[in-house]
Design a protein around this ligand. Structure first.
Ligand code: MN
Length: 427
């Protein structure tokens, strides 16, 4: 019998809400997984990518990670990983450095033999490179073959990979896909193959409401996958308030203060009717009551903006039409769309454009002048490619220096229904 911990999306180094405490939380959650692995004496820790939040983790995060990996190595528990979209570097990977130090194995096309199992790895593949993806894996004589990879796979939310197609093309008949990228945990099957996400180990966005955890994968006659919770992650308190007419800040305040807010991240969402109020009043009340961080989203503002959009004769469409008439290249239109797209938060525009430009720079055809009638859905493309993020040297700064102070402008606060794009950025 072989038993491994399957984790991923640890995002070590993420200074969420600009908070040093939150930054420490992400490392602590990874250390917790390692503690459990050692206490439980599992046969390996499998990490499905996004070990780091960006490609330039700070020294403290690297030291903490190396210390954790060393504890695994001292306990003879191999750490087996692939590279996710957040941490991928151009020249070499952090995982290679850890492998050089004898602290990790970077999984690939050749089987890594672990008891009854063979493990394979496929790093995150940007969308632009999937068409040419090679599906060759070297066969093993193990009882179970497992593929560890990073991406948004069917049948889970936000999927952009055809899982059945990947399984069908692959030269090895995998028993399970151990995945990272989607921060929401899930276990399903596709064509008799287990497909599972352990979820992130700390909440990378306020949309990640479920308890955090990881998978235990047991390989015997069968493959058995169970989920285990992490009990020492940062407390998040979610308060959803529906205001009735005449209600206002006092109602929100009393609802928030019903909870124990000590050291918690407090996420308040206000909807319904009632009077307008300044979110800062609630955020101050929460931090005075002991909260580490408090963020208020007033969904009524969003509704208001929307109703303005539809009651107008759609000036946005007029602008789009004029831009089409200019006969710009798809590259130029992509960038224009990214800047104007309503669902890229203002604080994300600079980053989104930079990434988009880097991506299209690899595709010289994108600079050809657009033909009439060419599809005009480049805005969607730009948004979907947001998380491809494969060549961005500046990701390190993304969450640190370019946000406004107001929480509504902070991408990590994006509520699920409003802004899927910024949510997916954190996957
Ligand atoms: Mn991730």
């Amino acid at each position: 019998m072989t038993r491994v911990i399957h984790t991923g999306d640890t995002h070590v180094g993420y200074r969420q809400y600009h908070s040093p405490e939150r930054r420490a939380d992400f490392l602590a959650a990874f250390q917790q997984v390692v503690d459990d692995a050692v206490a439980d004496d599992v046969d390996a820790v499998v990490h499905a990518g996004d070990l780091f939040h960006d490609r330039r983790p700070g020294l403290a995060d690297l030291q903490g990670t190396v210390a954790a990996l060393r504890r695994l190595a001292d306990a003879d528990i191999p750490f087996l990983g692939v590279v996710g979209n957040h941490e991928g570097k151009r020249d070499g990977q952090w995982l290679d450095l850890f492998e050089d130090l004898g602290l990790a194995v970077r999984l690939g096309r050749e089987p890594y033999r672990l008891g009854d199992a063979a493990l394979y790895g496929l790093d995150y593949v940007p969308k632009s490179r999937r068409a040419e993806l090679d599906h060759k894996f070297e066969p093993s004589d193990a009882a179970h073959d497992l593929l560890v990879t990073h991406g948004l796979f069917e049948p889970f939310a936000h999927a952009e990979w055809d899982t059945a197609d990947l399984l069908d093309r692959s030269t090895v008949d995998f028993d399970a896909l151990l995945l990272g990228d989607n921060h929401e945990p899930g276990i399903r099957t596709v064509a008799d193959t287990w497909v599972t996400y352990p979820g992130s180990t700390e909440r990378c966005s306020a949309t990640e409401r479920e308890d955090r955890g990881y998978n235990i994968v047991t390989l015997d006659d069968d493959v058995d996958i169970t989920r285990r919770g992490l009990d020492a992650t940062r407390e998040f308190v979610f308060v959803d308030v529906e205001l009735a007419p005449g209600e206002g800040v006092e109602r929100v305040r009393s609802r928030v203060l019903e909870h124990d807010l000590t050291d918690a991240v407090v996420i308040v969402s206000v909807d319904g009717d009632g009077e307008p109020f300044a979110p800062a009043a609630i955020e101050e009340a929460a931090t005075e009551a002991g909260a580490l961080i408090a963020r208020v989203t007033d969904r009524r503002d969003v509704e208001e903006e929307r109703s303005v959009d539809v009651s107008f004769a759609d000036p946005d469409e007029a602008v789009r039409e004029r831009v089409r008439d200019l006969g710009l290249s798809t590259a130029a239109r992509d960038v224009d769309e990214t800047v104007r797209a309503g669902d890229v938060a203002d604080s994300n525009v600079r980053e989104a454009v930079k990434r988009r430009v880097e991506e299209i720079a690899e595709d010289s055809a994108a600079f050809d002048t657009a033909e009439d009638g060419e599809d005009d859905e480049t805005g969607d493309e730009a948004r979907r490619d947001d998380d491809d993020d494969d060549d961005d040297e500046k990701t390190a700064e993304r969450d640190d220096d370019d946000d406004g102070d107001h929480p509504a402008a902070e991408d990590s606060d994006a509520p699920a229904a409003e802004d899927q794009a910024s949510m997916e950025e954190y996957l």
